[in-house]
Ligand binder design. Structure first.
Ligand code: SAM
Length: 459
């Protein structure tokens, strides 16, 4: 029997390691005597010197000290705060390398969790210009030494990195955040202090429609009252003339969840419109909408290809958000039924369907894992099932229902390769096969990867 060689590591120890691949969080991954080392900032093929900072049972985290052999794909990050900000993790890798690494992440996850070794994983669909792509930012505010700052938290900490301009965000999103921050400072509106639990403005949320150029700014506040609100609105409208909607969301709770339950209009419309491929989507502040509109068109086109509709199918768009995928497919389906847990998203989806004149779509508020079993028990037939769950993947109750009804065509849109792999393991045992997986780069410069898996029944 082969003996596993054990090496004990300690904090502060300096090691030399060859980096074999990119990990799920964008870090370099290397091995010393089978022990996994995560080295943030290191790239595959590099030989690096790293100092151990954390020793866990199954892995070690080490800080990159020196690159002894450099990857040809290493480039200078574009962003000046890349090293501190936790938002992007792959700016130091050229774009081709990023696309390959993401395909590899999907391949590894489905092999690890579902033992899928031979499955076709297509090359990642990327962007021509992998910058300026985010249509939305939601950033906390802090007051430090009398100056109002807005940005992201430093990786693994609660220290705010001041970001005045982010190269992956749409320029208007950057401008809205900067202007709102400045106006709030000028008017002396109190910023919320997490520790003292005092103050008012907690977060700024800016969203823009790429096609329509409509813009929405939402202030997340601890209290309903905002002092000098009239001046605030006037200034925002004057300095950001393209604003279509100024909203307030009240979240008095001490929580990491940004939005509270109450949302109100401060000025203008409640929703902004975005257009994808001629379909208009009405967006309220809390409703989920894909963050990269250019890639969303490619994502939905891939779903459409995989669904291969003929016009006779009953389609389920589980986890429908504002109805995007279902509306994209509605013209080629007999019926589309969507569901989501966010009330505003369902209201938006219904409005979007009505505005587009779609009469064959229906949206229901609730959990997919509760609604679908009920429908199925009442004899509902599903021809094509599309799921697009959050990072946590599919609920076990939903998986059970899927395996009970076994729709012939099943498309799984996933933003997390690990949960995709875990769910596939269950689906494969239940008689499904994966025809192919198409990774799509919705978040260039980060290690996130979206996938469309086409799943079919065997036999
Ligand atoms: C990744 S988003 C996808 C939205 C939409 N398909 C799109 O492309 O814009 C996931 C959606 O699932 C919803 N959601 C989360 N848990 C859910 C559940 N248990 N049942 C139904 N919807 C859920 C969220 O509100 C969110 O809109």
């Amino acid at each position: 029997m082969k003996q596993k060689i054990k090496t004990s590591f300690h904090i502060g120890q300096v090691v030399e390691v060859e980096i074999k691949k990119i990990g799920i969080n964008g870090e370099g991954v290397g091995y010393i005597n089978r022990q996994v080392l995560f080295v943030p900032g290191a790239l595959p093929t590099e030989i690096v010197v790293a100092k151990i900072e954390k020793v866990e049972k199954n892995f070690v985290i080490a800080k990159l000290i020196k690159i002894k052999k450099r990857s040809k794909q290493r480039i200078k990050p574009l962003c000046s705060v890349y090293e501190q900000c936790g938002g992007c993790t792959l700016q130091h890798l050229d774009y081709e390398g990023q696309l390959d690494a993401k395909r590899e992440l999907v391949r590894e996850a489905v092999e690890k969790y579902a033992n899928l070794k031979e499955v076709e994983i297509r090359p990642t669909i990327g962007m021509d210009n992998p910058w300026d792509y985010r249509n939305k930012a939601q950033l906390p505010l802090r007051e430090i030494k009398g100056k109002v700052l807005t940005g992201l938290y430093e990786m693994g900490s609660h220290r705010l990195v001041d970001i005045s301009s982010c190269p992956i965000q749409h320029p208007k999103v950057n401008e809205m955040i900067q202007v709102a921050r400045d106006v709030i400072q000028e008017l002396g509106i109190p910023i919320y202090d997490e520790r003292k639990r005092k103050g008012i403005i907690k977060h700024l949320v800016a969203r823009v429609g790429f096609e329509t150029e409509e813009a929405q700014l939402t202030l997340i506040t601890a209290t309903e009252e905002i002092p000098r609100i009239k001046e605030l609105i006037l200034e925002l409208r004057y300095r950001l003339p393209y604003l279509k909607s100024i909203m307030q969301n009240i979240n008095p709770l001490k929580t990491s969840i940004i939005f509270g339950n109450k949302t109100k209009i401060l000025w203008g419309e409640e929703r902004i419109i975005e257009r994808l491929n001629e379909i208009e989507f009405s967006l309220s502040p809390r409703a989920f909408f894909q963050l990269n509109p250019e890639q969303t068109v490619k994502l939905y086109t891939e779903v459409e290809k995989a669904a291969a509709l003929t016009g006779n199918e009953v389609v389920i768009d589980a986890y429908c958000g504002v109805g995007t995928i279902g509306l994209w497919l509605a013209k080629s389906a007999k019926e589309v039924h969507g569901m989501d847990i966010i009330k505003e998203a369902i209201e938006d989806a219904r409005k979007n369907a009505e505005a587009g004149g779609y009469t064959n779509v229906k949206y229901t508020l609730g959990k997919a894992e509760e609604i679908l079993p009920k429908w199925v028990n009442n004899g509902f037939q599903i021809d094509v099932l599309i799921v697009d769950p959050p990072r946590t993947g599919l609920d076990s109750k939903l998986l059970e229902t899927i395996l009970q009804v076994k729709p012939k065509r099943f498309i799984y849109v996933s933003c997390n390769p690990s949960t995709l792999g875990k769910d596939l393991a269950i689906l494969l045992k239940g008689g499904y096969q994966v025809e192919y997986i198409q990774p799509i780069d919705m978040f260039p410069q980060t290690s996130h990867v979206e996938s469309v898996a086409k799943i079919v029944l065997t036999g």
